[in-house]
Design a protein around this ligand. Structure first.
Ligand SMILES: [Fe+2]
Length: 312
């Protein structure tokens, strides 16, 4: 592969349009985020990490607007702007910072950002050690899990549906430096129907996937996904959402994926967008070679089968 224009560091946040910001805020709060900023026509929600926001909603008819990624430096934004014949601009949004606005080959809005305000991190409740059949290190400490919303740390990845996987995958590789982690196929490895790609952080580990690109008959969002504190946190978060969903509903889970290895729990938000809690992802360095797997060997290690409408 040719040298990419830049190598983004991570997914930053998705951007949606929804007709009711109050309902979105109530759902996302029950999902485990907290309000960062609210304006007359937009809602910015944060996780426990220091990023100013991890989810953006604008007031309007329900729509998925686009994805944002973190650049490693302001210089990288300048390099990206030169390489794509665009400009580095102020975000003109809460949190400040700078942005390069791009469109991927599907026409999806892709923003690459840097320099947004850092917030104080919020403490995560610590989790006592697990006693297993092999090791029982927790002695005299009682395992007690506080109920309530999950503790969302950060936005981790998105799945996007495309009609042209090869073209989309090439663009994310050449423009944002994404590396192929694993392909999934039905007929044969030379005809992938899906591709998991991750950020290239060199010798520093990155989540197994930052994007899942899926070839389908339509261009649309699959889902956006948020890292939570741990497995118990995901489970109590599920119970909390069941009781306080504000129009959201459980969609698929709870299970453990094969590719990426995460424990997952997918929900529909009140406006029909798929949003995932996950924890315990596989981490890879840049030197891990791509894999290819038949779809039937690529879904879950345990947990329910996916819903028949495959809207994730
Ligand atoms: Fe996911």
């Amino acid at each position: 592969m040719s040298t990419p224009i830049i190598r983004v560091r991570d997914m930053a946040f998705p951007r949606f349009q929804v007709p009711d910001l109050d309902q979105m805020e109530a759902f996302l709060t029950a999902f485990g985020m907290q309000r960062s900023t609210r304006t007359a026509d937009a809602l910015y929600m944060r996780g426990s990490d220091g990023q100013h926001h991890v989810h953006v909603s604008h007031l309007g008819p329900a729509a998925f607007v686009g994805l944002s990624f973190w650049a490693t430096s302001h210089d990288d934004l300048e390099t990206l702007a030169r390489g794509t014949r665009t400009r580095v601009e102020p975000t003109n949004e809460p949190g400040g910072g700078a942005v390069v606005h791009l469109r991927d080959p599907d026409g999806r809005r892709i923003d690459v950002v840097h320099g947004l305000a850092e917030l104080e991190t919020l403490p995560l409740r610590s989790h006592p050690a697990l006693n297993t059949g092999v090791e029982r290190p927790r002695i005299g400490t009682l395992q007690r899990v506080a109920s309530g919303p999950a503790q969302v740390k950060r936005c981790g990845h998105a799945a996007i549906k495309t009609t042209d996987l090869a073209t989309l995958s090439r663009w994310y590789g050449e423009t944002l430096g994404m590396l192929v982690s694993d392909d999934i196929y039905m007929e044969g490895p030379d005809k992938p129907m899906g591709r998991f790609v991750r950020c290239d952080r060199g010798s520093e580990p990155a989540d197994h996937h930052t994007l899942l690109l899926l070839e389908t008959p339509e261009v649309k969002l699959g889902h956006v996904a948020y890292e939570v504190a741990d497995f118990d946190d995901l489970m109590v978060g599920h119970d909390h959402l069941q009781a306080n969903g504000h129009g959201g509903r459980p969609y698929w889970g709870i299970g453990r994926h094969i590719l990426g290895g995460q424990i997952f729990d997918y929900w529909k938000d009140p406006f029909g967008f798929t949003i995932e809690h996950w924890t315990d992802s596989d981490l890879l360095r840049a030197d891990t070679a791509p894999g290819a797997h038949h779809i039937l060997n690529a879904l879950s290690q345990w947990g329910p089968m996916p819903p028949p409408d495959l809207d994730f």
